[in-house]
Design a protein around this ligand. Sequence first.
Ligand SMILES: Cc1ncc(COP(=O)(O)O)c(C=O)c1O
Length: 403
Amino acid sequence: MMQKKMGVGYAYVGELEKKYVNMALDAGRLSQGEFVYKFEKKFAELHQQKYGVACNSGTSALHIALEALKEKYSWPERAEVLVPAITFIATSNACLYAGLQPVFVDVDPITYNMNPNLIESKITSKTVAIMPVHTFGQPCEMDAIVNISKKYNLKIVEDCAEAHFAKYKNKSVGSFSEIASFSTYVAHTITTGVGGIIVTDDTQLAEISRSLIAHGRACTCEQCIASNPNAVCKLRMKTKIDKRFMMVRLGYSYRIGELEGALGIAQLENHEYIMKTRKKNADYMTKALQQCQKFLQLPSFPNYVDHSFMMYPIVVKESANFSRNDLVCFLEEHNIESRPMLPLLNQPIYRELFGDLEDDFPVAKWINQQGFYIGCHHGLVVEDLDFVVSVIKDFIQSHNVVI
Ligand SMILES: Cc1ncc(COP(=O)(O)O)c(C=O)c1O
C-alpha cells in the first residue's frame, strides 16, 4: 500500500466548516458581514485583545499594522525596524511595503527566534520598532524584548503568523505589542484558506487599520461590518458624502469575505482540540527521537512558554556524518514532506537589495544550511508519527551509526 503523504500543513474541513460556509452562502451576502465580525471578535478575545481586523493575508495584516503605527506616531520614511535574520520573507517585505527599512538581528541557536542579546547593538537614531517573530509557534523571550523597547522608547510589532494561541508566561502572543498580526493561510494552525488578522487594544490603531484595508475609507465603525445589509446606517447618512465612499487616506483592498469568516469561526470552535493535538504530537516525536539527539537538534523550550507547534523544526548537528539535504531527500522518498527552515538573507532578491549579508549572521547561516522542518499537525495520528520516527532512525542507521 502506498504510504500516506505526511504534509507539513493540514487544512481540516469538517462538518462545522461546511455548515457555516453553507450558511454564509445561503445568507446571500458574500462580502464582510456577521461571520467576519464574529471571527474578528473571537480571535482577538482569544489573544487577550479588544479588536480584530481581518485581512486577506498575513502579509497584508503585517503591512497594515506597520502603516497604522507609522501614521499614529508619524514615523519618517525609511525609519528602521528590527527583524530576525530567520523568518518567512513576508516579515521584512512588509517593512519595505510600508516605506520602512528592515534591519536584521541574528537569531538564537536553540529557539531560532530573534536573539535579545543582539538587539541593542542594532539600535540607531532611526530605529522605531522591534518586530519579534514567534517562529514555528515558539514565543520569543518577551521580557527581554519589552525591557529593551522601554529603554529605547521603541514600539513592538509581533509577527504571530506562526503562533496562534501560544503564550509567554501565561500572556498571549499578540498582546505584548500595541498591534500584532497573524496569518490564517492553509498551513497555519487555524486556517481560513487564505487570510490574516490584526489584533490590538488600541481604538485608534484599529480604526486606521479598518480604514486602510478598505481603500482608506472614512467609515471605520465596526458595527458596519455586522450590519443588516438592508438597513441604512444613520451615522453614515449624517455626513454630506456617505462615509463608506469618503476616502481619507491612501488605502488598499485587503478585506476578506463571509466564506473566510465562516471557515474561521468553525476553526476557532475547534481550536482547543487542534492545539492539544499539535502539542501532543510534537512531544511524542521529541520523546521518540531522543536517541538521535547526538545528530539532530530537536525543539526545546523553557517551561514558562506555551509552544503552539505550527511546525516541528530540526537542525542537523555538525557531529552528523550525513548532510541535511541527504536526510531531507530520504524523507521525501518516503512521502514525508519537509521545508527548509525559513531562509531569508540568501534569497536572490535580498542579495540584490541588501548585498551579501550572510557572513554577518552566523546562526542564521548555520540554520539555512542545516535546518528543516516537518509537520506535527492535528491530521497526524500515532501510526504516522511512528512512521516518521522510524524513517529518520533508518536513515541514521544506514550511515553505520548505532543509535
Ligand atoms: C512569520 C510569517 N510572517 C508572515 C507570513 C505571511 O503570511 P501569508 O502567507 O498569509 O501572507 C508568514 C506565512 O507563512 C509567516 O510564516
